[in-house]
Design a protein around this ligand. Structure first.
Ligand code: GLN
Length: 489
C-alpha cells in the first residue's frame, strides 16, 4: 500500500532504499486502475511515462543517498488540468481544449521536475476552474471518495479526490475563490491557498488573474509544507510574483502554538446556511487550539458580508477578458463559419459549457459602458475595504479561524439548477482571494450520518504561510481526523 503513504513517509522509505519509486508509482497506478472508473478524478494518466520517470528517479538515487535535500525525488504527484506540463494534455476541463497539448512547462511543473517529482497525470476540474463541485467539467463529474453519490467540491475536485483516494501521494490545484480549500475540506485532506504573488502563475491558464494562485493538496500539513518549499518563490516569468526569500517551512512545524493569537470573526456567527455539525466541529477546534496554548479573541470583518457579491463581479469580469483568447484561431477547437465572426461564435458556442458562458455574460455586462461604474468599479472599492478589514484584524491576531465551507459535501445534482446556491458554497473562502492573503483548510471532524469530512479554515497575514502551517500542524498532530481513510481509499 505504498500509495497510502505521505510524501514524508515515502521519501523516508525511498531514502532507506526499502522501496523504489517504480514500486510507488505502480501502487498509484494500481489504485487508479481499481477506483478511478468510479471516481473519475483523472482525465489523463500516461503509465509508461510515469514509470520511466520513476526509473530515472531510482537511478538518480543509487550512487549516493541524499534523502534530506530532495524530499520529492521519485514521489508521484498529479496536477489539476489547468497547469501546463510540456507534452501533456491541458484541457482545463473544457471541450474547447479537448485536444490541446501544452507547449511548455508551468513554473511549478518545472520546479517539481527539478525536485525529482513524478508527474503522474492530469486531474479533473470544473471547466476553467469555474465551480464548486466539479460538475461543470466538460468530461464528466468526479465523485467524492467518502460517498460516491456526493461531489468532491471544486473546482479542484479531481485533485482532492485523487489525494483522498490515495491515487497519488499529493496534488496541485488552483484557487481563485476557494478551489483548493473547499474540495480539500469536502474530501478530508489539506489544501493551502498561498498569498497572491507567492507562487508563480506562469503556465497556469488564467481564470481571474488578480485572484488565481496555485496551491498544494496533500494528506498532511507537513506534505503541504514540502510542496510549498518546492513551488514558491520569485519567478521573473510572472510579473506579479513577489521577490522574497522562501522561508524554511519544515522548520516551523514545531507543534508549539503557545502565544499565538487566533481571531474569531464576529460576523461569521450570523451566516445563514451554516450547518450545525460544521459549527460544532469548528467550535471544538477552537477550544482545542486553546488547550494547546493559543489565545482566542473575537475580531471584526465588517465588510465580510459583501465578499460573495464582490467576488462574483470581479472574477467573471476578469474571466470574460481572459477567455476571449479561446476563439478558434489559436487554441483548441475550431468550428468553421462563413466569416471570422461566425467562426468565433460557433466555436465558443460549441466549446464552452453553460457555467463558463454565464460567467462571460456576467463579466461582459459588469464591464460594459454604463454598468462599469455601478458594478465593476464599485466591487473594486469594496475589495479594498475587505482587504483593509483583514489587515486591521491581523494587527491583533496571527490567524483567523472559520469553517472552510458552510456544509459538508453535497449530493451530485443538488445545486446544479441553482447557480446562486452553488456560489454560496464559497461564502467563507472568497474573501481570502479578494484580500490577497493566505489560507489553509484542514480536516477537523466528520458529520455523523453519513460520515463526511468537515474542513477548518485558517487565514493568515500576507506571506505568513509559515504561521498557518505551524498552527495547522500542531492541530493535526493532536487530533485523529487526518488518519481516517475514505471508503474508496
Ligand atoms: N467556486 C468558485 C467559483 O466558481 C471558486 C473557483 C476557484 O477558486 N477557481 O468561481
Amino acid at each position: 500500500m505504498l500509495n497510502r503513504l505521505t510524501i514524508a513517509d515515502l521519501a523516508d522509505r525511498l531514502a532507506r532504499r526499502e522501496v523504489s519509486s517504480r514500486d510507488a508509482v505502480q501502487a498509484c497506478l494500481d489504485q487508479i486502475q481499481r477506483v478511478d472508473g468510479e471516481l473519475h478524478a483523472f482525465l489523463h494518466c500516461d503509465a509508461d511515462a510515469a514509470l520511466a520517470q520513476a526509473d530515472a528517479a531510482d537511478a538518480a538515487r543509487r550512487p549516493h543517498a541524499a534523502p534530506a535535500g530532495r524530499p520529492l525525488l521519485g514521489v508521484p504527484v498529479a496536477l489539476k488540468d489547468v497547469i501546463a506540463v510540456r507534452g501533456q494534455p491541458l484541457t482545463c476541463g473544457s471541450r474547447i481544449l479537448e485536444h490541446f497539448i501544452a507547449p511548455y512547462d508551468a513554473t511549478v511543473a518545472a520546479r517539481l521536475k527539478a525536485a525529482g517529482a513524478i508527474l503522474l497525470g492530469r486531474l479533473n476540474m470544473d471547466e476553467f476552474a469555474m465551480g464548486s463541485s466539479t460538475e461543470n467539467s466538460g468530461f464528466g463529474v468526479t465523485r467524492n471518495p467518502w460517498d460516491t453519490s456526493r461531489v468532491p467540491g471544486g473546482s479542484s475536485g479531481g485533485s482532492a479526490a485523487a489525494v483522498a483516494a490515495h491515487e497519488c501521494i499529493a496534488a496541485l490545484g488552483s484557487d481563485t475563490g476557494g478551489s483548493v480549500r473547499q474540495p480539500a475540506a469536502f474530501c478530508g485532506v489539506v489544501g493551502l491557498k498561498p498569498t497572491y504573488g507567492c507562487v508563480s502563475r506562469y503556465g497556469l491558464v488564467a481564470f481571474a488573474s488578480s485572484l488565481d494562485q496555485i496551491g498544494p493538496i496533500t494528506k498532511t500539513v507537513r506534505d503541504a509544507a514540502t510542496l510549498m518549499q518546492a513551488i514558491s518563490g520569485h519567478d521573473p516569468l510572472d510579473s506579479t510574483s513577489v521577490p522574497r526569500p522562501v522561508p524554511d517551512y519544515a522548520a516551523v512545524l514545531t507543534g508549539d502554538v503557545r502565544g499565538l493569537k487566533l481571531g474569531l470573526p464576529r460576523e461569521y456567527a450570523a451566516v445563514g446556511g451554516l450547518d450545525a455539525e460544521v459549527r460544532q466541529a469548528v467550535d471544538a477546534a477552537v477550544k482545542h487550539f486553546q488547550s494547546l496554548g493559543a489565545e482566542v479573541v473575537e475580531v471584526s470583518l465588517p465588510h465580510a458580508e459583501y465578499a460573495g457579491a464582490t467576488y462574483y463581479i470581479i472574477a467573471p469580469a476578469e474571466a470574460s477578458a481572459n477567455l476571449a483568447r479561446f476563439d478558434g484561431v489559436r487554441y483548441g477547437l475550431r468550428v468553421e463559419g462563413a466569416d471570422p465572426l461566425e467562426m468565433y461564435s460557433r466555436t465558443r458556442g460549441a466549446g464552452f459549457g453553460a457555467e463558463v458562458k454565464r460567467r462571460i455574460l456576467l463579466g461582459t455586462y459588469v464591464l460594459s459602458s454604463g454598468y462599469y461604474d455601478a458594478y465593476y468599479l464599485h466591487a473594486q472599492k469594496v475589495r479594498t475595504l475587505i482587504r483593509r478589514d483583514f489587515l486591521q484584524a491581523f494587527e491583533q491576531v496571527d490567524a483567523i479561524v472559520t469553517p472552510t465551507a458552510p456544509t459538508a459535501a453535497f449530493k451530485i445534482g443538488e445545486k446544479t439548477s441553482d447557480p446562486l446556491q452553488m456560489y454560496l458554497a464559497d461564502i467563507f473562502t472568497v474573501s481570502c482571494n479578494l484580500a490577497g492573503i493566505c489560507g489553509v483548510s484542514l480536516p477537523c471532524g466528520f458529520t455523523a450520518n453519513p460520515k463526511l469530512p468537515i474542513g477548518l479554515q485558517l487565514l493568515g497575514k500576507p506571506f505568513n504561510e509559515a504561521t498557518l502551517l505551524r498552527l495547522a500542524h500542531a492541530y493535526e498532530q493532536t487530533t485523529p481526523w487526518h488518519r481516517e481513510i475514505a471508503p474508496l481509499g
